[in-house]
Design a binder for this molecule. Structure first.
Ligand SMILES: Cc1ncc(COP(=O)(O)O)c(C=O)c1O
Length: 446
C-alpha cells in the first residue's frame, strides 16, 4: 500500500479498488497455476520511469533517440535469459504469450501451412491451432492431437498422426497437462517429418529455470515462455531460438526478431523489459532453485492427499506445479466447486477434463496449482490441510447437479452461487483458510 500514496491522494475511487484487491490477494490462497506473486523488486521495475520511453527497434538500432540506458537494460535482460536457459538467441519484446506464438508462426510459416498442436480441451492453448475462432486456427491448416481418456499423451498415436498429416510445425506445450513432456521423443517425431519444433513452456518456465522440470532447449528449434507464471516476473513473453534452431536455419533468430518488430508490434514495454531482467536474476539464484523444487513437492503432496481422500485427478497425479481434479465421479460441475472454493478463500479455475462430455461452459474439472502458495512459503503440511479443506468443500456441494435442460442452466448456476455464499459450513472453513493465509506474507520472496 505504501506504493499507492499518490493514487490515494489523487484518485480515491481507483485507490479503493486497488487496496481491496491487495487485501484480497493477502486474504486468499491463490491457486490458479498460471499466476504468481512477484517480488517488490519486479514491481518497482514495472512502476518505474522506464514506462515513459519509446524505443522501437532493438538495442543499438533504434528508431528513437535517447535510448542509451534502455539499450543496456534490454541487453541485460537478453544476456541473463540466454545464460539462464543456455540459448544463443533471445527476444524479450513480445507483449505476452499469445502474440509471441503468433510471431513464431508469422516468422517461420506461410498462411495455410499445416501446424499440429494439442487440443484446447485436452490441455492445449488457443494459440496452438484452436479451430474457428483463433488466428492460429483460421490462418493455418490446423491438425490437433488429444490426450487419452485417462489424461495421458499416447506418443505412438501422436507419432502416427504426425506422419500421416506431415505438419510444417509441431507446437508442444500445455495449460493443463500435469505430467512431463518427453522432449526427446517430440524431437524424434519432428525429425521424422522434418517439422519445426516449437515448444511452449509458458507454464513451466520457472520450473525449467530452477531445474525442477526437463528443459526442451536441447531438442526444440524455438522455445516460447511467458514471464508471469512459474518464473514469477512481469506480464510478458520471451522467444528463444536454440542452437538446434540456428543449425536448421541460421536466419531463424533474425526472422523471429523481424516478426516481433516490425512484423507484429511497435515499441517494447521498457519497464517490463527491466522487470524481466530482475526476474531472470532472481530465477538464476540458488533460492529460486529451491523454490522451483518446492513447487513440485507441494503439488505432489497436494495431489497424493486429494487422491487418498477419494478425489480423482487426471493422470492420477502430477509431476509439475498443476493438478486437474476430475469431478465426474462426484457428479458436480467445476463451476460450482470453483465458486464454493472461492467462498472458503481458495481461488482456482474450472476446467475441462480429458474427453469431457460437458460443454466448456460447464466443465467437469477444476485446475489448481502451487506456484503462489509456494512463493508465500507454504510447505507440505499446509498442502495436506488445503487438501482436507478442498475435500470438505466438494462434499458440501456435490449434491448440486447440472440440469439436463439447457435453457435453465444459467439460472441454476446463479441460484447455486447465491446459496454457496450463504453456506455456514463453508464460511467456517473460509475463516480457517484466512487464518493460515495471514501467517504467510505475500512478499515472502523479499
Ligand atoms: C501454454 C500457454 N501458451 C500461451 C499462453 C498465452 O499467454 P498470454 O495469456 O500471456 O497471452 C498461455 C497463457 O495462458 C499458456 O498457458
Amino acid at each position: 500500500m505504501k506504493n499507492y500514496i499518490n493514487i490515494g491522494k489523487y484518485d480515491k475511487e481507483l485507490y479503493s479498488y486497488m487496496l481491496q484487491e491487495e487485501r484480497r490477494q493477502k486474504d486468499v490462497l491463490e491457486m490458479i497455476p498460471s499466476e504468481n506473486y512477484v517480488s517488490q523488486a519486479v514491481l518497482e521495475a514495472l512502476g518505474s520511469v522506464l514506462t515513459n520511453k519509446y524505443s522501437e527497434g532493438y538495442p543499438y538500432h533504434r528508431y528513437y533517440q535517447g535510448n542509451r540506458y534502455i539499450d543496456e537494460i534490454e541487453t541485460l535482460a537478453i544476456e541473463r535469459c540466454k545464460k539462464l536457459f543456455d540459448v544463443p538467441h533471445v527476444n524479450v519484446q513480445p507483449y505476452s504469450g499469445s502474440p509471441a506464438n503468433t510471431a513464431v508462426y508469422f516468422a517461420l510459416l506461410n498462411p495455410g501451412d499445416k501446424i499440429m498442436g494439442l487440443k484446447l480441451s485436452g490441455g492445449g492453448h488457443l494459440t496452438h491451432g484452436h479451430p474457428g475462432v483463433t488466428f492460429s486456427g483460421k490462418y493455418f491448416n490446423s491438425v490437433q492431437f488429444n490426450v487419452e481418456p485417462d489424461g495421458w499423451l499416447d506418443m505412438d498415436k501422436i507419432s502416427d498422426l504426425a506422419k500421416k498429416e506431415k505438419p510444417k510445425m509441431l507446437v508442444v506445450g500445455t495449460t493443463a497437462y500435469p505430467r512431463l513432456f518427453n522432449w526427446k521423443k517430440w524431437r524424434q517425431i519432428a525429425d521424422s517429418i522434418n517439422a519445426i519444433l516449437l515448444t511452449d513452456i509458458a507454464h513451466v518456465a520457472g520450473l525449467v529455470a530452477g531445474g525442477a522440470y526437463p528443459s526442451p532447449v536441447p531438442y526444440a528449434d524455438v522455445v516460447m515462455f511467458t514471464t508471469h507464471k512459474t518464473i514469477r516476473g512481469p506480464r510478458g513473453a520471451v522467444l528463444m531460438v536454440t542452437h538446434k534452431g540456428l543449425i536448421r536455419d541460421a536466419e531463424m533468430g533474425k526472422k523471429i526478431d523481424r516478426a516481433v518488430f516490425p512484423g507484429l508490434s511497435g515499441g517494447p514495454h521498457d519497464n517490463v523489459t527491466a522487470a524481466m531482467a530482475v526476474c531472470f536474476k532472481e530465477a538464476a539464484s540458488p533460492k529460486f532453485k529451491k523454490y522451483a523444487q518446492q513447487i513440485v513437492k507441494n503439488a505432489k503432496v497436494l495431489a497424493d492427499t486429494l487422491i487418498k481422500s477419494g478425489i480423482k485427478l487426471t493422470t492420477d497425479g502430477t509431476d509439475s506445479h498443476l493438478i486437474v481434479m476430475d469431478l465426474r465421479p462426484n457428479k458436480v460441475i467445476g463451476n460450482i466447486v470453483a465458486e464454493a472454493l472461492e467462498v472458503v478463500n481458495i481461488v482456482v479455475n474450472y476446467n475441462t477434463v480429458p474427453h469431457d462430455q460437458n460443454p466448456p461452459m460447464y466443465p467437469s474439472g477444476v485446475r489448481l496449482g502451487t506456484p503462489i502458495v509456494t512463493t508465500r512459503g507454504l510447505k507440505e503440511n499446509e498442502m495436506k490441510k488445503i487438501a482436507g479443506w478442498i475435500t470438505k468443500v466438494i462434499a458440501e456441494v456435490e449434491h448440486y447437479r447440472l440440469p439436463e435442460q439447457k435453457e435453465i442452466r444459467a439460472q441454476f448456476i446463479k441460484k447455486v452461487k447465491a446459496e454457496v455464499w450463504k453456506n455456514k459450513k463453508l464460511a467456517t472453513i473460509g475463516k480457517e483458510v484466512k487464518q493460515m493465509a495471514f501467517k504467510f506474507p505475500i512478499f515472502a520472496w523479499d
